[in-house]
Ligand binder design. Structure first.
Ligand code: SF4
Length: 349
């Protein structure tokens, strides 16, 4: 079990405390290829952002000395006005600041993101920053300002690195949120280090949660309500309040859409559904057409499918596609002799 709480644990706990509880007790898995690519891009952007502060000093841990200890020493001795990768620990909480600049009476904390300045993720970034500010403040560092360093859409090839970035001062949003986080920090740590997990309740975050089937609400359930496509937040809340996770337990008066009813019936009966349009498009001359589900077969499978789909979303809805499905997707084939009937069960490649 991890002994420290990181930003990722904290932010996931905002969505679901049970998720953060499980993460604290799970060894991190190596990132998938797309994640590695994004991380590499982020690192490159971070390095470029450092050129905006030529006087900056990188805080690198040495043998026997942590980044947090070195940061404290550099702050106290005043040897550097700008620090990169400064670290702080406060109780179980740890955080790193991309850039920390000394100002009169305190510090300015900047977070570099490889997104454009008009990104729709600004509120997520504010929460990111608020966590980091909370930890640095709990560690005794007066943070006076907080800013995001984002990519500029005005940058053109040949311009200098300074033109690549825009700084957005988000102090007014970050400081109150950091104070709110700070007042909840002790209770959150107690809950996350408790021997029993917090109560799990169905929510949107369950859809992408790797613990759903393995350790949490979906354990041992063949078909869950999360298979229903586009389930409205209100309906999900009602199912959560009634403790319904099994698909067969969905109450009749939930007012499912036609597509959702089709998915439910198809999943519970084990009978794949092939729509009218798909039947029309298929002819025996297509032979053994490859089909695939519009929903990734594996949780966290990131492939996006361009299937020319006639309908959406269920392991039991199949679509004709001319392309070979990516590994991990479910495939099925249409019987050349009986149009509209899927030949065999969906199987994992
Ligand atoms: S499956 Fe849902 S309730 Fe359980 S940990 Fe994941 S997000 Fe939380």
């Amino acid at each position: 079990m991890h002994s420290t709480i990181t930003k990722s644990h904290w932010l996931h706990a905002q969505d679901c405390q049970a998720m953060a509880w499980y993460e604290l007790r799970t060894a991190p898995s190596s990132p998938a290829e797309p994640d590695r690519f994004r991380m590499q891009q982020g690192q490159e952007v971070g390095l470029l952002a450092r050129t905006l502060f030529p006087e900056g000093v990188v805080v690198s841990p040495t043998e026997g000395r942590t980044s947090a200890e070195l940061t404290r020493e550099l702050v106290q001795t005043g040897r550097a006005a700008t620090l990169f990768e400064a670290a702080a620990t406060a109780g179980p909480y740890t955080a790193k600041a991309d850039i920390l600049c000394r100002e009169i009476g305190g510090w300015h904390l900047l977070e570099v993101k490889s997104s454009f300045s008009d990104s729709d993720k600004l509120s997520d970034y504010v929460s990111d920053l608020a966590y980091t500010v909370m930890v640095f403040r709990l560690a005794g560092l007066p943070i006076l300002r907080a800013s995001l360093v984002l990519l500029s859409r005005h940058f053109r090839h040949g311009m200098g690195a300074a033109s690549l970035f825009e700084r957005i001062d988000v102090t007014a949003n970050v400081l109150p949120l950091a104070a709110e986080f700070g007042s909840a920090a002790d209770a959150q740590a107690r809950l996350l280090f408790n021997s029993a997990p917090p109560k799990a309740e169905l929510r949107q975050a369950c859809r992408d949660c790797s613990f759903f089937e393995e350790r949490c609400l979906g354990v041992g359930i063949e078909h869950t309500v999360l298979e229903l496509p586009n389930l409205h937040q209100k309906r999900l809340k009602r199912l959560a309040a009634e403790g319904v996770v099994q698909l067969r337990g969905v109450p009749d008066d939930l007012n499912l859409t036609e597509c959702q009813i089709r998915v439910k019936n198809s999943a519970l009966s084990g009978t794949p559904f092939i729509g009218r349009i798909l039947r029309r498009r298929w002819t025996p001359s297509h032979g053994h057409a490859t089909t695939l589900t519009s929903r990734p077969w594996r949780r966290r499978c990131r492939c996006t499918l361009d299937t020319g789909a006639t309908s959406r979303c269920s392991p039991n809805l199949v679509f004709i596609t001319g392309t070979r499905p990516p590994p991990g997707c479910a495939t099925a084939s249409i019987s050349p002799t009986r149009p509209g009937i899927v030949n065999g069960n969906l199987r994992k490649r």
